[in-house]
Design a protein around this ligand. Sequence first.
Ligand code: GMT
Length: 377
Amino acid sequence: MNIGIVCYPTYGGSGVVATELGKYLADKGHQLHFLSYEQPARLDYFSNNVFYHEVSVNEYPLFRYPPYELALTSKMVDLVLSTDIDLLHVHYAIPHAAAAVMAKHILRSKNTDVPVITTLHGTDITLVGRDSTYTPVVNYALDNSDGITAVSNSLKKDTYTHFDVNNDIEVIPNFVDFSRFSKQPKEHFKKAIAPNGERIVIHTSNFRKVKRVEDVIAVFAQINKAIPSRLLLIGDGPERFRMEEICRDLDISESVSFLGKQEAVEEVLSVGDLFLLPSETESFGLAALEAMACEVPVVASNTGGIPEVIPEGLVGFTCDVGDVDTMAKRGIEILSDPKELERYKQEAKKHARSYDIEVIGPMYVKFYEKIVSNFNR
Ligand code: GMT
């Protein structure tokens, strides 16, 4: 198939899922055309089957808000007219789904038709999309998509709750690529961070408010009192500075490392003993899945799609949002007994296997085939 993928190029979950899916499909022989305002972060390799089309917006003094979605729409129209595109797959509803639907309507006026598939990732529905500024547009874009997927049952339910969508939504969960996310021998790294065998607790995020990084720190502070441990924080974002202040106030800075954005997250995860994801809302929690693939058990909030990904008591625990005391208790329970910890680690890896890209990737292919064949009927 010849597939156009529209995504955000940044490290955020939706961009990662879109890029990794595209790479997987390219490996299976499909042709992939990526459209974004920058080269997607993980599209850093050469393949005969992968093409990147940069969407640029011209500056003009009248444009206080440069019309990116118009440039994107034109790019999609041009791509479909110049290349034999079988379908457009857009990740994250805003503004990608709306732009794709507009492109579709323009193409129809040129006697060309192309199916549009929209994948919902989370905040495009639960946070930004619900904002009444965008609701009518998101609703229209979803009802005029030819196929919709959501990354969890919870997100599917949220979509029907918050929007008046009549279209079906297929749940295709996120996935992990085990050729990258597997525990690697990093003993020297572990020794450098935890020279006395301290337990290593990890959190990765974009440090936005929704991630509740202050809860990560509060949970860790309690764990640290009970068990010698270190906290590694991967990522960067608006909350980082405040988090550094909180660590200083709690007098735990010595045990906490802010690593910033990391390319090789899997190398850091390889030394982890516990992953914390106490988000306010999380449609899936890809970061937790990547941690489990690297044999790291998880304590997370029981919000959104997280409980679908983390079976209670097997690979970790989920607790109410903001209940840092229970999260710390659960963390201590996992970390206290080396034998139990090893069991959690092995279960985490085993469970993550059910989200292997080799298992989930074919679900997308099947969905594409269904949409394309319905479309051509
Ligand atoms: O909001 C974010 O953290 C980024 C966002 C994105 O779309 O880039 O992440 C969402 O999509 C990820 C991939 O599907 C999911 O794993 C995350 O759970 C989801 N984030 C939220 O729902 C907060």
